[in-house]
Design a protein around this ligand. Structure first.
Ligand SMILES: Nc1ncnc2c1ncn2[C@@H]1O[C@H](COP(=O)(O)OP(=O)(O)OP(=O)(O)O)[C@@H](O)[C@H]1O
Length: 229
């Protein structure tokens, strides 16, 4: 039997616009199996970030259902939704969203400490992840003392520290120069090959998208599988 990490059915999203509404998409379906990677492409403003936020339980749809590992996320209380997110999902954003006053190590520890993991265990796990992304020498640096690519590596380590079933990435290479973007792209590909984690990657980068198991295109309010095109 297939093991679906994320399933979305008949998702619709619109925003209020004056007296009317701005419809972003209508009745979208999406599914992601364990270990599978999916890229979401689409022009600017087509709703990619909005879709990712709905899949991750960060924003509510106007209609439709999202299940994360079988949990109907938008029916859960905020507290339970937070627990489901923390247990099953990791997030990487275009702008790393690291906490500026904390070191790389402390930033990566944070999801574990929120999940009540003992501090010594959290530190060991965070060090292991920082080594995996090639930052053993930078664990005591604060975000302002790291390069853009290094910050994004810390953000990826933080997203993985809870052993999530799935990592949702919103333009993870979008804010980086070409060389650094290639470097981070390479890391994502290594992690995809080494780990059992599923990935959903919103990107404008066709080369990165083509390396995922499936490629989806969000356009004119619908989501199409274009893997074979
Ligand atoms: N909170 C909001 N209120 C009103 N409109 C919004 C809101 N958030 C997003 N939008 C609109 O929804 C549309 C989709 O935005 P979204 O950020 O999902 O697009 P995107 O495909 O990720 O774009 P980009 O590639 O430029 O990041 C845009 O037209 C945007 O202006």
């Amino acid at each position: 039997m297939s093991n679906q990490i994320i399933r979305a059915e008949k998702l619709s999203k619109s925003y209020k616009e004056g007296k009317g509404k701005l419809s972003i998409f209508d009745s979208i379906n999406f599914k992601l199996e364990e270990g599978e990677s999916v890229a979401i492409l689409g022009s600017s403003g087509s709703g990619k970030t909005t879709l990712l936020n709905l899949l991750g339980g960060l924003d509510k749809p106007n209609a439709g259902t999202v299940w994360v590992n079988g949990h109907d996320v938008h029916k859960l209380s905020e507290r339970k939704k937070g627990l489901v997110r923390n247990e099953y999902l990791g997030f990487v954003y275009q702008f790393h969203h690291l906490l500026p006053e904390f070191t790389a190590l402390e930033n990566v520890c944070m999801p574990l400490l929120i999940g009540k993991t003992p501090k010594a265990v959290a530190i060991e796990k965070a060090k292991e992840l920082l080594a995996r992304v090639g930052l053993s020498e930078r664990i005591a640096h604060k975000p302002s003392e790291l390069s853009g690519g290094e910050r994004q590596r810390v953000a990826i380590a933080r997203a993985l520290v809870n052993d999530p079933k799935c990592v949702l990435m919103d333009e993870p290479t979008g804010n980086l120069d070409e060389g650094t973007a290639n470097n981070v792209q390479q890391l994502i590909m290594e992690l995809k090959d080494q780990l059992k984690t599923s990935f959903v990657v919103v990107t404008h980068d066709l080369a990165l998208a083509r390396k995922m198991d499936r490629v989806m295109h969000l356009e004119e309010k619908t989501l199409k599988d274009i893997t074979e095109q």
